[in-house]
Design a protein around this ligand. Structure first.
Ligand code: BG6
Length: 497
């Protein structure tokens, strides 16, 4: 396959994302030979660093992340640095001179990727300057990679979108949702559409409910300032959680092309039942962590975290019941929950199948377990199918059994980081695993109705869950009302082989 050729200009190159994710991912691609020598990176930030300093920084970040790094010297030779003031045209003019020079030096055909890995308030300003100061006037392709948050609500997202659409067309915009780069999130489509076993059952006749959990052990760390204005609903539900719902619920696309897949996902989001007004209290639960013990160590509550209002009304946990009003899913609840400072770091999807019409093995003291398909997104990667089988021996008693497939142990190596795949996709011009504007807009309009109610009613019970637990009791009651319960995430660990 031809290796992609491009100049990558990273805004926010001295920041955390670049250090933790972007440089190590680029290095992986380089080491694997997926990108050849026809690439160059310009790191852009405010700090007055020299090129040597920046190259050292890139090298350190790769070493910290990967331990050892053969070829690192030749890799960092591709990195350049430009200190800029993002509001000042002359900075962009200088940047363009460097870009033009590297274009010739590395034979890059004028291909440019602008990666905005920095505070969102500058997204609009930067894109305006990119055009006004000539950086986008190139002979090759121009692409914009933009990190979340994409706006704060529908209105601000629209404004931002209008601004960037002045400079880039929709198919030149790559909105990152890093969950779409995760191996097992990408596997949802394959599990569904490449198996005769599942697709015929993938509907309201055979599925009783679907549960998606994304729990974190970490608190807000040093992101209090951002998080206190955002909360779990905007930070996780609007993007990652709804994207997983869309992939689980979409119809099979007629082709595996970007447009066809996105258009099926959009249809799911359009079929989401809007939850408004009083219904918000019935369909959604919010939580905020108080102090508690994580691995036997006491940690502070959310309101005691740095840069958080000591009386904050911001949620650090959300559970919700989503209904998709279409033929396939009418009547099947999709339960989602996500939060910080929970007892486990885990992202899992549990598909619970309906009970068989008549249970020949029913015993009061030993009810038959439902069939479950568990998709382990992280930290383990794999799937588990929960079945019932005969207990060995004389009697016809049943026992639950599990069929496990662990992705990482089959391949014998760690699967690539989400960012590695997404960067590579962008370089090749494949936007399938990025979010289209229509998806962003529909997700915001769903979430906005919920924020509206939560912002107008103070939750007097906050904090309502202790750090180190699986969230407030109300999240359990949400399912109990429907006769279900959360399948505990820790029960589903893929056996290490
Ligand atoms: C980010 C959120 O989008 O996703 C963070 O802003 C969150 O608050 C993170 O911690 C979770 O990602 P992952 O890949 O660790 O599940």
């Amino acid at each position: 396959m031809e290796k992609p050729t491009s100049l990558i200009i990273i805004f926010g190159a001295t920041g955390d994302l670049a250090k933790r994710k972007l440089f190590p991912s680029l290095f992986h691609l380089y080491r694997k030979g997926k990108i050849g020598n026809k690439f160059a990176v310009i790191g852009v930030a405010r700090r007055p660093w020299s090129q040597e300093q920046f190259q050292q920084h890139v090298q350190d970040s790769v070493l910290t992340s990967l331990g050892q790094a053969e070829d690192i010297e030749s890799f960092v030779q591709h990195f350049y640095y430009q200190s800029i003031d993002v509001t000042d045209s002359s900075s962009y003019v200088q940047l363009n001179e460097l870009a033009n020079k590297l274009d010739v030096q590395y034979d890059l055909n004028g291909n440019r990727i602008f990666y905005l890995a920095m505070a969102p308030e500058f997204f609009g300003t930067i894109t305006e300057h990119l055009k006004a100061d000539g950086l986008t006037a190139t002979n090759g392709f121009k692409r914009l990679v933009i990190e979340k948050p994409f706006g704060h609500d529908l209105e601000s997202a629209k404004q931002l979108n209008n601004q960037i659409r002045e400079v880039f067309s929709e198919d030149e915009i790559y909105r990152i949702d890093h969950y779409l780069g995760k191996e097992m999130v990408q596997n949802i489509e394959v599990i569904r559409f490449a198996n005769a076993l599942f697709e015929p059952l993938w509907n309201n006749r055979f599925i009783s409910n679907i549960q998606i959990t994304s729990s974190e052990v970490l608190g807000v760390e040093e992101r209090g300032r951002y998080y206190d204005k955002s909360g779990a609903l905007r930070d996780m539900v609007q993007n990652h959680m709804l994207q997983m719902v869309a992939l689980l619920a979409m119809e099979p696309p007629i082709r595996l092309t970007t447009d066809e897949i996105r258009s099926e996902k959009v249809k799911v989001l359009r079929a989401l039942r809007p939850i408004k007004g009083e219904d918000v209290h019935r369909y959604f639960v919010r939580g905020q962590y108080g102090p508690g013990a994580i691995r036997n160590e006491m940690v502070p509550g959310y309101r005691q975290e740095a840069n958080v209002d000591p009386e904050s009304n911001t949620e650090t946990f959300v559970a919700g019941k989503l209904m998709i009003d279409n033929f396939r899913w009418a009547g099947v609840p999709f339960y989602i929950r996500t939060g910080k400072r929970m007892s486990a770091k885990s992202t899992k999807i549990v598909i619970q199948f309906k009970d068989i019409p008549m249970n020949l093995y029913y015993k009061m003291d030993q009810p038959l377990s439902p069939n479950l398909l568990v998709i382990h997104i992280q930290p383990e990667e794999g799937i588990t199918l929960h079945l019932n089988a005969k207990k060995a021996g004389q009697n016809m008693e049943t026992t639950p059994v599990k069929l496990d497939f662990a992705n990482n142990s089959i391949d014998g190596m760690n699967t690539p980081e989400a960012y590695e795949k997404l960067l590579y996709d962008c370089m090749r011009g494949d936007a399938t695993n990025f979010t289209h504007w229509d998806e962003v807009a529909l997700s915001w309009s769903f979430v906005d109705e919920i924020s509206k109610v939560w912002e107008s009613t103070r939750e007097e019970k906050f904090p309502n869950y202790a750090a180190g637990t699986m969230g407030p009791k109300a999240a359990d009651e949400l399912l109990a009302k429907d006769g279900f319960h959360w399948w505990p995430v820790s029960d589903f660990e893929v056996q290490s082989k």
